[in-house]
Design a protein around this ligand. Structure first.
Ligand code: GCW
Length: 690
């Protein structure tokens, strides 16, 4: 009897004391605001006694609410909101006459009305909002908050998330559940989750959101949908976020009853103008259109023998009176080109100077398609008279979906800091940009991104779009502290895992500059052997070109000469073995800088990738008990999946390449678990999101 009472008491104790206040499912992202340790709270206490936001707009109210929510949580007491400074330790946000830029801010420790205060200043409320999040971040990461003299502003004007969300609720290449937008219940029901989404975006500086897939349905432009879009725009506006839509180029035919979508046809022009006017009637701050045209079967101006510029400028004309813009994608390829990697450059570079000034040409980070490693896209720096944006893929279509831990900050840093050598000798990719757009990895999953660590990629994208010169490592540390806590043991374990993770994926999927070896269509798992697809550039064999003599795609002057699309100075960056097989066809026995032959190096790198995942599994296991069980278990399980799939990639690719190279495995390297035929026979009809 006594034992059972004790058991009940113990159970109640566990429930009331040990259970976390929140389900640890990752919903709160990096905006957790759990109480800081007591001694840290004590240190901060005198500097956060009240909140005074002296501006009346909706964005200022967002800033005030977030400061209150954040500081009250972190400091474990209600911080009052006042209308004037009447004690030491106020946190003040107010507009200033100083010109701090459209979205910039300062945070300074100073005196107001004889009281010590921390003051956020900005030229408008957007700056106040970003300043509020920046200040909260200091608390969250336990940085000093005295003697502050911070000045910051975004380096890029446009920091966008592109959602590849379909109107039926599915998400193309989305691995985090269904679309966040419930088109069926909008505009009547504004799910509170829309606000949480906007808060998260605002906290990292995202200021534009494309709601629908670039493979667009024209229906989004019809009146019922526009009212739904307007409802979302209303939710996002107080968080300084504008709404954009993907526009289907054939919309005048699809929903407008016209016979053509020819951009030079006056009726088409008039249709778009009227449509745009209608949109601004319901969404006065509508951002503009994103367009995928003449790409993967989408309609476009080339259907009428017009150029990309003709198409983009026609839409830009309609948007200009309202201040809207066109984001025109440069992701084009076809079987006509002898090398897919060259086509976008060949089509777009000659159009430099032909695009209207409210058009941004949106270019994928690399010349093919978001592969684990690509050289930077040669268009960066090559269109000095055109505004350019970089499209990065946050959702991990080619890096293991949501179950592989791969921190993409390092990948984007690599591209952004790459030297283009044009238009100036010292130009880097980052210097050529007006915008960055990230293909979102969000969905209805409780963790938003479908995994705890994929949240880091959403976070890092926003922070890099704000400052393309920021360090991926510093961003990873910031995110880790906010998401997993400031315990040095935890931070010191997670940070190296993140920093090595992307190279691990490169190694176990596509080492040495290989690319596009994944299964057709669904892109799940390895299939380097596929050679029978209708279009040559859909086949993995097109990309690796392995035969008995060697492996790799010759893009030098002797081959496709894609290399010549780069400035001569830039080419030097591609002489490392990381890009070897992207640019060169090399004999299997050629010796590399490592002293190993190409064949041995290939196997060695596949092994290194698998070993790295095993190391991550051990490093994570050591954190058992140091982070909450719920998230710990999810990460453990996903790392186990990653471990299995890394080995699958390694085994299948080695089995295949060995069948081509006819070389024995280097000593010490384990033979693949199964014969090649086993891997070739695997089928995945239910792989997600294609
Ligand atoms: O990488 C490919 C994807 C397609 C995508 C396309 C694009 C939206 O596999 O799903 O379509 O790129 O970027 O347009």
């Amino acid at each position: 009897m006594r034992d059972s009472i004790r058991a009940i008491v113990a159970a109640i104790f566990t429930l009331t004391v040990a259970a976390p206040a929140h389900a640890e499912d990752g919903y709160r992202l990096w905006l957790r605001y759990d109480p800081l340790p007591a001694q840290i709270r004590h240190r901060y206490a005198a500097a956060a006694t009240e909140i005074v936001v002296q501006s009346n707009g909706a964005i200022a109210r967002s800033a005030e609410g977030e400061l209150r929510r954040g500081l009250s949580g972190l400091l474990a007491r209600q911080i009052p909101v006042g209308s004037s400074v009447d004690r030491d330790g106020a946190i003040v946000a107010e507009l200033s006459k100083a010109s701090l830029g459209d979205e910039g801010f300062t945070i300074r420790t100073t005196q107001i009305a004889g009281h010590e205060a921390t003051v956020i200043n900005a030229s408008n409320e957007r700056g106040l909002l970003y300043g509020a999040f920046a200040l909260l971040r200091r608390f969250q990461t336990q940085q000093p908050i005295d003697h502050l003299n911070v000045r910051d502003r975004p380096k890029l004007a446009l920091r966008m998330l592109d959602h590849w969300d379909n109107l039926n609720g599915s998400v193309e290449r989305g691995y985090a559940g269904r679309s966040l937008w419930d088109w069926r219940t909008l505009p009547d029901w504004e799910d509170p989750r829309y606000t949480d989404y906007a808060r998260a975006d605002a906290s990292i500086g995202v200021n534009g959101v494309v709601l629908n897939n670039v493979n667009a349905q024209a229906d989004i432009l019809t009146e019922p949908y526009l009212r739904k879009v307007a409802a979302l725009a209303d939710v996002f506006r107080p968080w300084a976020i504008r709404v954009y839509l993907s526009a289907r180029f054939s919309a005048p035919i699809d929903i407008g009853g016209l016979k053509t979508a020819d951009p030079l046809d006056p009726a088409v022009h008039a249709w778009w103008k009227a449509k745009v006017d209608e949109i601004y009637g319901v969404i006065p701050d509508f951002g503009g259109f994103l367009v995928k045209a003449n790409s993967e079967g989408e309609p476009g101006p080339q259907d009428y023998h017009r150029t990309h510029a003709d198409g983009a400028n026609m839409l830009a004309d309609a948007l200009r009176p309202h201040g809207g813009i066109v984001l025109w994608r440069a992701f084009v390829y076809s079987s006509a080109s002898d090398d897919r990697a060259k086509q976008a450059f060949d089509e777009f570079q000659p159009l430099d100077g032909k695009f209207a000034n409210n058009v941004i040409v949106q270019i994928k980070s690399g010349p093919i398609d978001f592969q684990p490693r690509e050289p930077f896209h040669p268009l960066f720096g090559a269109m000095p008279k055109t505004k350019l944006g970089m499209e990065a893929q946050i959702t991990k279509e080619y890096l293991g979906f949501n179950t592989h831990l791969a921190y993409l900050g390092t990948m984007w840093e690599e591209v952004l800091s790459a030297r283009t050598f044009r238009p100036q000798e010292d130009s880097r990719v980052a210097d050529t940009l007006t915008a960055m757009a990230g293909v979102a990895n969000t969905g209805s999953s409780r963790s938003w991104s479908g995994s705890q660590f994929d949240q880091a990629n959403w976070y890092a994208f926003g922070r890099l779009a704000w400052d393309p010169d920021a360090s991926a490592k510093a961003i990873a540390e910031e995110w880790t502290r906010m998401t997993w806590g400031n315990d040095p043991r935890v931070v010191n374990a997670i940070l190296p895992m993140m920093m090595k993770s992307r190279q691990a994926v490169v190694d176990y999927m596509t080492p040495l500059g290989l690319a596009h070896l994944m299964g057709t269509d669904h892109h799940y798992g390895p299939a380097p052997w596929v050679s029978d697809l209708k279009r040559p550039e859909w086949n993995p064999v097109y990309y690796h070109r392995a035969d008995l003599g060697g492996i790799g795609f010759d893009r030098t002057a002797a081959g496709s000469n894609a290399l010549s699309q780069y400035a001569p100075g830039a080419m030097r960056q591609f002489t490392t073995d990381d890009y070897l097989l992207w640019f060169n066809y090399v004999p299997w026995d050629q010796k590399l800088k490592s002293g190993r032959s190409v064949w041995t190096e290939l196997v060695w790198r596949y092994d290194r990738g698998v070993d790295e995942v095993r190391a991550m599994q051990r490093q994570w296991e050591a954190l058992r008990g140091s982070v909450d069980d719920q998230r710990f278990d999810e990460v453990s399980a996903y790392l186990a999946i990653q471990g299995r799939e890394a080995k699958w990639w390694r085994d299948a690719c080695i089995a295949y390449f060995q069948s081509i190279s006819k070389h024995p495995l280097p000593s010490g390297s384990a033979p693949p678990e199964h014969p090649l035929s086993y891997y070739e026979a695997l089928r995945f009809p239910n792989a997600p999101a294609h």
